[in-house]
Design a protein. Structure first.
Length: 211
């Protein structure tokens, strides 16, 4: 996290932090030397690979940022090692803004959010997009399962520079169909048991009335 702070806490940011009373507390994260990237731990790796989407921000030659959503089955973002992520990028709306931006600057920001558990992770890194027909065969194999449906056009790898967990404030809980299904399974099972019990009692009552 110290590396993330050194990248994010620019002089202008530090000025605002002091104006708002958080300068001293935020400054503690700058006290630790952090020239090397922040490695991902098992906790961050499990969080990233457990999600079905993330937001990716890049900057174009005009200086304007661009944010794009990338989605797929859980695990489509692969943790290749403690400082490298990767995923197979499939064809989309054919604007290629993110891909073009990465040719001008590899700097990227990734935002992972789990609405169900109100948890989010911010990450800085250097992203490189390589056409799939020019990528190493082993990397193609590693990023191919699981991956997003569609024709793979390129492989994107992100060399992680720094990351930081964000607070859960203002995250509205939302659930995917799979998450709802898992949450409702015990309820459905209980309802089935009650319906069976109700049917048995009705049959027993009908039998008693018939005697």
């Amino acid at each position: 996290m110290s590396r993330y702070a050194r990248l994010a806490y620019t002089p202008a940011v530090r000025e605002v932090q002091y104006e708002m009373g958080s300068g001293r507390a935020a400054g503690r994260r700058l006290a630790v030397p952090a020239e090397e990237p922040d490695p991902l731990t098992e906790n961050e790796a499990a969080f990233i690979t457990g999600l079905d989407g993330f937001l990716l921000a890049t900057t174009g030659e005009t200086g304007w940022p661009y944010v794009q959503f990338r989605g797929g089955p859980a695990g489509f973002v692969h943790v290749l090692d403690a400082t490298t992520l990767g995923y197979a990028d499939v064809g989309g709306n054919r604007q290629y803004i993110t891909t073009g931006n990465l040719r001008g600057s590899t700097k990227a920001a990734l935002f992972f959010i789990d609405h169900a558990h109100r948890t989010r992770l911010k990450l800085y890194g250097h992203a490189v997009a390589v056409p799939v027909d020019r990528a190493p065969a082993e990397l193609v194999r590693r990023l191919s399962a699981p991956r997003t449906e569609g024709r793979v056009e390129r492989l994107v790898t992100i060399a992680v520079e720094g990351w930081d967990w964000n607070c859960p404030r203002h995250i509205t809980p939302r659930y995917s169909e799979a998450e709802l299904a898992r949450a409702l399974d015990p309820v459905r099972s209980r309802m089935a048991d009650l319906e069976a019990e109700n049917a048995a009692l009705r049959a027993e009552l009908a039998a008693l009335r018939g005697t």
